[in-house]
Design a protein around this ligand. Structure first.
Ligand SMILES: O=C(O)c1ccccc1N[C@@H]1O[C@H](COP(=O)(O)O)[C@@H](O)[C@H]1O
Length: 211
């Protein structure tokens, strides 16, 4: 059973690259903002940009840094500007534990994944982020996966990701009742450029699904 038994589903908006998009996400009620630090992404930031953008984030909104199999030294440099680290590659539990911030582990939903085992292996994770599996792409695919594959009870808070948008997130929340939902492409007008109307619609659907 999830260690968190009764909660409001949180919202993370990921892949922010512009000040105005941060402001729009905060105004819409986002709980967490994601900053992609993996240079292979069209949404990638460098350290200087991370520092500038995260300085805008008000208190009580979580600043999340996304990494894909990157060096502990680089992650350490970024952590000064972050509240939480999101490991989105093939990082082993011991590598994740090198973080000096709380962290979550993204798991791509391959056919053979054993989520109970992963929850045990990543025991120090503050949550497991479940994302679609697409060979050769670590994330941000815009694709969904079969939510019925998520066990009703898992020893970690579930953060549901992958192809979410305002048209499907309500159904996802009602079906999975995840601890949080995470969206990137579904609230964009172009890669790395968010759409304030789509952000508002997304957050609204999450709230409506829980009334
Ligand atoms: O956003 C990216 O470019 C990205 C790159 C590498 C790994 C993960 C990435 N994004 C994360 O992927 C999921 C799903 O995104 P989407 O909503 O399907 O576009 C989400 O956790 C993003 O944070």
């Amino acid at each position: 059973m999830s260690p968190v038994s009764s909660y409001r589903t949180r919202v993370k908006i990921c892949g922010l690259t512009r000040a105005e998009d941060i402001d729009a996400a905060v105004a819409a009620g986002a709980d967490a903002l994601g900053f992609v630090m993996w240079p292979g992404s069209p949404r990638a930031l460098d350290l200087e940009r991370l520092a500038a953008l995260t300085a805008r984030v008000p208190a009580f909104v979580t600043r999340v840094g996304l990494f894909v199999d990157q060096s502990p030294a680089f992650i350490r440099a970024c952590e000064a500007h972050l509240d939480l680290v999101q490991f989105h590659g093939d990082e082993a539990p011991a590598e994740c534990c090198e973080a000096t911030r709380p962290w979550v582990k993204a798991l791509r939903m391959r056919d053979d994944i054993d989520l109970a085992r992963a929850a045990h292996d990543y025991a120090a994770a503050r949550g497991l982020l479940l994302d679609a599996y697409k060979p050769g792409v670590p994330g941000g695919t815009g694709e969904t996966f079969d939510w019925g594959r998520i066990p009703a009870s898992l020893e970690k808070p579930v953060i549901l990701a992958g192809g979410l948008d305002a048209s499907n997130v309500g159904e996802a929340v009602r079906m999975v009742h995840p601890y949080a939902v995470d969206v990137s492409g579904g609230v964009e007008q172009a890669k790395g450029i968010k759409d304030p109307d789509k952000i508002r619609a997304f957050v609204r659907q999450v709230f409506l699904a829980q009334e």
